[in-house]
Ligand binder design. Structure first.
Ligand code: SF4
Ligand code: SF4
Ligand code: SF4
Length: 298
């Protein structure tokens, strides 16, 4: 199988995971042919790949042309990482107008003849057809290995169906609990659900696959880096913010309005990795749309 691996606007973190595959990396490149991977090999031209893994987002016209070229040359295109799948942390750029972002980074420098920026950050599948998704910021090594084994075997590459909570294995604390709590208020009780302990944990709304790494191994809440679970994307009534506030209200015994008032910076709290996801933006109630450019309009 011919494999291409490339990035658009990204931090290269997802490709670093590819390099961390250790023994499986040797097996993969021994049994298949890597035809294009600028960070691995000095080869500028490629004609075809059976599988292309694309990391990052489309931020300008050059990225768009690169994405379109991949679509033309590759039989199957995979959105690698949460940036490519849902916009990732880069989606937070949509809180501000593009002009303000450019000014804050480059001052009054005028760029002539370079690529034009895209007005709004969106996931890769808003620009080209994507066949499969491997979200994660970055995706865990074991998950990437499983995914690649299935891909080179020609298996169907479907989105995972459950949530981080299904992998978590904690128990409920007695309610009500104090909250909403921040990590600076002290750690939760080991083995107890962090959301029911009053922390903003996005586990119930985040797709499975990481083994609930943050709550179980580090004792910190899930921030949603694997992106929204299928039910969040597919069901019109499910909203990250509204659902988490409702659960926190139940855990703490406080009114939902009080919870909303006490949680600072809702876009970065509830939509840190998915503010750019169009399916979430289109929700009539809640959703992310009311945050877009909010700060820029002040
Ligand atoms: S998903 Fe995370 S690790 Fe991957 S490119 Fe985006 S920011 Fe980097
Ligand atoms: S700690 Fe978070 S991920 Fe674990 S069960 Fe509770 S809400 Fe779900
Ligand atoms: S627990 Fe949540 S934030 Fe942590 S790795 Fe898993 S999906 Fe990402």
């Amino acid at each position: 199988m011919e494999i291409a691996l490339l990035s658009l606007s990204s931090c290269l973190g997802c490709q670093m995971v590819f390099l961390s595959l250790e023994e499986y990396l040797y097996e993969l490149i021994g049994e298949n042919k890597v035809v294009y991977a600028p960070f691995l090999m000095d080869r500028r031209e490629w004609d075809h790949a059976d599988l292309a893994l694309v990391e990052g987002t489309v931020r300008n016209t050059e990225h768009f042309l690169r994405a379109r070229e991949v679509r033309e040359k590759a039989d199957r295109v995979v959105a690698l990482g949460t940036c490519a799948s849902f916009g990732g942390v880069q989606g937070l750029a949509d809180l501000y107008p593009e002009s303000r972002l450019l000014r804050s980074r480059f001052g009054d420098t005028a760029f002539e003849g370079g690529p034009q920026g895209v007005k709004r950050l969106l996931p890769l599948d808003s620009f080209i057809r994507v066949d499969a998704y491997l979200p994660g910021c970055p995706p865990p090594v074991a998950l990437m290995e499983r995914f690649l084994r299935a891909a080179v075997a020609g298996d169907r590459l479907s989105r995972e169906g459950s949530t981080v909570c299904a992998e978590c294995g904690v128990t409920s604390p007695p309610l009500p609990q104090p909250g909403p709590r921040r990590l600076t208020d002290g750690a939760g009780e080991p083995g107890k659900c962090l959301l029911e302990s009053g922390f903003v944990c996005l586990g119930p709304l985040t797709r499975d696959g990481c083994g609930a790494l943050c709550p179980t191994e580090m004792g910190v809440p899930c921030r949603g880096c694997r992106g929204p679970a299928g039910r969040v994307l597919e069901r019109a009534g499910v909203d990250m913010e509204a659902e988490t506030v409702r659960r926190l209200s139940r855990a703490t015994g406080k009114k939902e309005g009080e919870i909303r008032a006490e949680v600072a910076d809702p876009p970065r709290t509830y939509y840190l990795f998915c503010l750019a996801e169009p399916l979430l933006r289109r929700r009539r109630s809640g959703g992310t749309s009311h945050y877009i450019h909010r700060l820029g309009e002040q």
